[in-house]
Design a protein around this ligand. Structure first.
Ligand code: GLU
Length: 297
């Protein structure tokens, strides 16, 4: 079934535009494609370049959210749960909404969540990396330092967002610390295999690979719901319509989708549509779900 999904996406493979806001991302082959399925009982299957690491970018926001929620607290007082209707790096809503970002998956929201995780752990990036390593079994998984450095060099907008949020008193840690951890977790390189395994806790209603509980089943449901409504930039409606699963995308071209009770799927291909979602990855997920009927609807 994964092979059929890959074939179905072939007509759009390489169409669209590879993210080029930093040189390290622009150098990726637009025709690369991988897809992996990790089932709730532990199997993992893949096709194409499914073991090739790529820049996870905003997919990291899903893991910062889960880890930030896992220890309780008042995160939802500091970040909302509504689609923003604006680009992921937009500044405009923050002023009218007094420094409370619309949701945890736009950059402003992810910066607040990173701040929370930094307070909870003292090492927000390390917490995300260690979680991904543990769930995927890939002890070598790490940030790409060249990407992290490039993110910081071109990070004027994120720095503006962070300072603006801080001006409303919605950051506990110094702006520079929060940004450094935010860039680092966005710069993690992981494969479709790694990410499908790491996303499986959401298909297992909050249970990690070792059987311990990260989130209550209620919180796992909530994270999935926010992914469905806000996880794929300003095109979450289109993604829900086509794929019908909670999904989180990143400008590296990856998309992680959750099939509650069944497993997690990750597809990757670097060329993006105008909203920032990978054309071939979304196409393959659409084909897979249409063929299997494994949607939440
Ligand atoms: N690190 C990227 C940024 O903050 C994330 C982009 C994305 O994948 O949405 O601009």
């Amino acid at each position: 079934m994964l092979c059929e999904a890959m074939e179905a996406a072939r007509p759009v493979l390489g169409t669209g535009k590879v993210a080029d806001y930093i040189p390290a991302l622009a150098a990726v082959d637009p025709n690369a494609f991988g897809m992996a399925l990790a089932t709730v009982d532990g199997d993992v299957h893949g096709v194409g370049d499914w073991e090739q690491p790529f820049s996870i970018q905003s997919i990291s926001k899903l893991f910062t959210l889960a880890l930030g929620l896992a220890r309780g607290g008042d995160l939802w007082k500091r970040v909302g749960r509504e689609p923003s209707g604006n680009p992921f790096n937009s500044l405009v809503q923050l002023e009218t909404e007094q420094g409370i970002p619309r949701n945890p998956f736009i950059n402003a929201g992810a910066i607040v969540v990173t701040d929370r995780l930094q307070t909870l752990t003292g090492d927000a990036f390390g917490a995300v990396r260690d979680f991904l390593r543990a769930e995927s079994g890939n002890a070598l998984l790490d940030a790409d330092p060249a990407v992290a450095e490039s993110e910081a060099l071109h990070g004027h907008r994120n720095a503006a967002l962070a300072h603006f949020i801080a001006s409303y008193g919605n950051l506990d840690n110094p702006v520079e610390t929060v940004l450094q951890h935010y860039y680092a977790h966005c710069s993690i390189a992981a494969s479709c295999r790694d990410l499908s395994l790491a996303g499986r806790f959401l298909a297992r209603h909050g249970l990690r690979a070792d059987g311990s509980r990260l989130l209550s089943s209620s919180d796992a449901k909530r994270v999935n719901a926010v992914m469905l409504t806000c996880g794929t930039y300003d095109a979450a409606g289109e993604f829900a319509y086509r794929v019908g699963l909670p999904g989180k995308s990143g400008v590296g071209g990856g998309v992680l989708a959750v099939m509650p009770g069944r497993g997690a799927l990750c597809a990757w291909s670097p060329a993006l549509d105008q909203a920032g979602n990978s054309l071939a990855a979304v196409g393959a997920l659409d084909a897979f779900v249409t063929a299997t009927g494994w949607s939440v609807f």
